[in-house]
Design a protein around this ligand. Structure first.
Ligand code: ARG
Length: 451
């Protein structure tokens, strides 16, 4: 029995239509759907569209169904078209014909828009809590690596010496913006579409503010067509997920590089690595590879949720049923990735590795700049020195102070101390730069954010 049968339809739906149109993925909105119905029923009681006895009876039936949903005993039938039909069908099992009054002043169009928003609001809170936990893991790691110095990279070539903590904290700041993005999206998600009806509102005296208040929703729709026909909150959520996955994917890529024997910056615990069926020596960081791979699938979700809305005439169209699978997939992927990767990081052992090569070249040029040499000239001098050393198969560490002044008289012998990566980090003075003072103040600021 469909929600539309018995009226203008003489026949039930064809088997192929049924199989094609029914979407069981929305079953995970069961509790949200019942919560929405409870608020709607209470509102109908407040405005007098249901008598006190009627609303009480419907509410008690819905309460019973909610208990079943929470206990996992609610039974879906193959004949349920969607989660909304299932709840209404079950309600009529429980309270009989009165169940027919539940849908007063409501359409599945505003109902599904509400369910999705309730789901998104909860997900935003859950993902934000996971992100905060992840940031805490990064801050703890930054503290635990103390004053280890590594090379920062540009173009994947060693650039400048930096504290390893500075590198790890870069990710904590990225994730902080992800938390902020989710909480900004939450403002637009937390708006109730209930009362918008099919598309144009209702001739019944509904009060959308009452149901919104009962749902603890901050806002109420301003335009019923927008309320049922728009899914920008879904795209925005998937975008927030995608950007976070991009950050996790970049971190994963680095973790994989860092755990290679070439880098040797980090060792992962056995519990978070896998072996090879063929090569006895292998210890693979599959979690990081999977997060990197899964980021690709979420980029696909973002494309899908955008394409779903392109060219869609107002208002509700059945195309929008597809939004849920996309949102669920993106959300599940992020939830799983945050869990796995934060566990892998929390149990990792970082060693860092002293940078080799020319990471202090800029420091050496800046010594001359402080003596009044134009930067371009200082850059040329140090570049020529590097060319010279390279030709002789030597590096900064092979150079003495006297050789430095002999190369260019504007150098002093003591300047040779600058070529030590640790000294380079110690000499760093810019706010937010790669110095230990900067690392300390970043840790303090991030801790305040996480409090
Ligand atoms: N299952 C539908 C969806 O997820 C619910 C809304 C159906 N509305 C309609 N007019 N057929 O979008």
């Amino acid at each position: 029995m469909t929600l539309w049968s018995g009226g203008r339809f003489d026949e039930g739906p064809a088997e192929s239509l049924w199989r094609f149109t029914v979407d069981t993925s929305d079953r995970r909105l069961l509790v949200d759907d019942i919560t929405g119905s409870i608020a709607h029923t209470a509102m109908l009681g407040v405005v007098g569209l249901l008598t006190a006895e009627e609303s009480e009876a419907i509410l008690s039936g819905l309460g019973e169904i909610k208990d079943e949903a929470l206990a996992g005993t609610f039974e879906f039938l193959d004949t349920d078209e969607d989660v909304h039909s299932a709840v209404e069908r079950r309600l009529s099992d429980c309270i009989g014909a009165l169940a027919g009054k539940l849908h007063t002043g409501r359409s599945r169009n505003d109902q599904v828009a509400l369910d999705l928003r309730l789901y998104l609001r909860r997900s935003v809170d859950e993902r934000s809590a996971q992100l905060r936990h992840f940031m805490g893991v990064l801050v703890d790691l930054a503290i635990s690596v103390e004053d280890a110095v590594v090379a920062s990279y540009t173009h994947l070539q060693q650039a400048q010496a930096v504290p390893l903590a500075h590198h790890l904290l870069a990710y904590a700041w990225m994730l902080k913006r992800d938390v902020e993005r989710f909480s900004d999206a939450r403002k637009r998600i937390d708006v109730s579409p209930l009362g918008a009806g099919a598309s144009g509102g209702s001739s019944l005296p509904l009060d959308p503010r009452v149901s919104a208040d009962l749902l603890g929703m901050e806002g109420v729709f301003d335009n019923s067509m927008d309320a049922v026909g728009s899914r920008d909150v879904a795209s925005e959520f998937v975008w927030c997920v995608t950007q976070t996955m991009l950050h996790l994917s970049r971190l994963s890529e680095e973790l994989l590089l860092w755990s290679s024997s070439e880098f040797g910056w980090v060792t992962f615990s056995d519990a978070y690595t896998t072996g090879s069926s063929a090569m006895p020596h292998k210890k693979n960081a599959d979690i990081a590879e999977l997060v990197r791979g899964k980021a690709a699938t979420v980029i696909g979700d973002l494309t899908a949720v955008a394409a779903l809305q392109k060219g869609l005439p107002m208002t509700y169209n059945r195309d929008l049923q597809e939004d849920k699978r996309i949102v669920f997939h993106a959300d599940d992927t992020l939830a799983g990735s945050l869990d796995a990767l934060s566990g892998m990081l929390a149990t990792a052992e970082f060693h860092g590795a002293a940078p080799s090569g020319w990471v202090t070249a800029l420091d050496l040029a800046e010594v001359l700049v402080l003596r009044g040499v134009p930067f371009r000239e200082a850059h040329r001098v140090v570049g020529a020195l590097i060319a010279d050393l390279t030709a002789g198969g030597r590096s900064f560490v092979d150079l003495t102070g006297d050789q430095l002044t002999a190369f260019d008289a504007r150098f002093e012998a003591a300047d040779i101390g600058v070529v030590d990566p640790v000294a380079s980090v110690e000499a760093r003075v810019t706010p937010g730069g790669g110095s230990m003072e900067s690392v300390d103040s970043q840790i303090a600021a991030l801790k305040r954010f996480l409090e």
